[in-house]
Design a binder for this molecule. Sequence first.
Ligand code: PLP
Length: 433
Amino acid sequence: MQPSRRRLLLAGALLPASELATACLKTTAPVSLGTLAAPARPPSVLATDESWWAEVARQFDITDEVNHLENGFWGAMGRSTLQAYQRHTAEVNRGNAWYGREAYPAAYRAAHADAARLLGVAEDELVFTRGATEALLALIGGYNRLRPGDQVLHADTDYDSMIDAMQWLRSRRAVQVEGIALPPVPTHDQVMQAYADAFARLPRLKLVLLTQVSHRHGLVIPVAEISALARARGIDVIVDAAHGFGQLAYAVPDLQADFVGINLHKWIGAPVGVGAVYVRRGRVADIDPYMAVKDDGRIFSRVHTGTANFAAYLALPDAIALHERIGIANKRARLLALRNRWVAAARDMPHIELLASQDDAQASALASFRLRGKAGKADNQALQQRLLKQFGIFTTARDGLASGSCVRVTPSLFTGMQQMDRLVAALEQLQRG
Ligand SMILES: Cc1ncc(COP(=O)(O)O)c(C=O)c1O
């Protein structure tokens, strides 16, 4: 008796992996982004077209219980990504290990290839992680060219857990750990000078951590220029691009750095749990294999290898599709327009101290402020709470800058200009105590 097609299919005998994926994920339907299409206008003009950005905002399902100006934590998924994520979660669960073992590897490779294309890197230079922390800890902890007595460098604008990881190198690699503080609102030349001075001052400097967009106040530093300076002195650079990729228009090799950690769940809008490590071809041996993982010489052995969230990776191409439909140049221009709306108004308020560059090249969606003379941690936590309780505006307090604490404001793609105006009105009222 002939086995039924269904039985053969169950045994995985009939179908190649690509078709097996379709068989497993029976209910998968193409994700629709509707008619969303960016009008052919210069990004700087489109940036203030509220009706088009309202159409973009309709791609997101965000509660209006508060005025959301804290979008630096992670980036909400668009509806199409959320639907895909939910569908993949249900389907993976339904397909169970059959799907996981037979079809998932090909689907994972397709998502990985899409990410490599987006980042402008080769597939063997990129491996997924669960976020930027995992990616950067693998790079900082794994970087194996340090010798006892070497020097490593971080700055006050770096992310707290990466500073901790750099500090940890003192005991892990017996190196000298150096920190610099950038001026509160540095110019491009001041940033370059700060790194050039440190490079000149530290003769045994071997490794520098560079945070492309600081999570504390949104400062964008010229990573490629600093990397070139470092390279000329034989210093390696690890770039924290957690807030850079998806906000700024570039391909990863443009950073001129051999080691980069990113996430795709902030500014690409992937489900939480999607990040990546980039290691330039030829440099994988300079990063240790991940704890107890056999060294196969490939980037994939440099990170956590356990079971991850299948559906999060599977939904990444949907997030990329929405990102590309809006267009990186349009995203960048819109986020700057939203940021500059409140920053320009606050610049005229004597009671506000802005931590926000006047130079758009150094600006991002994130920018911070504090009440003049109030740089304490508790002051800024109280200010963040006041904005929430009195004005319904949700922000976050940040500390760790050498100049003191602040409140960070971060609009997103679904933020309307009127939300920024409500913030401006609130900032004016703060003067009254
Ligand atoms: C500058 C910076 N680096 C790294 C991270 C960590 O990213 P993840 O949450 O993906 O681990 C963040 C998160 O806010 C960040 O702002």
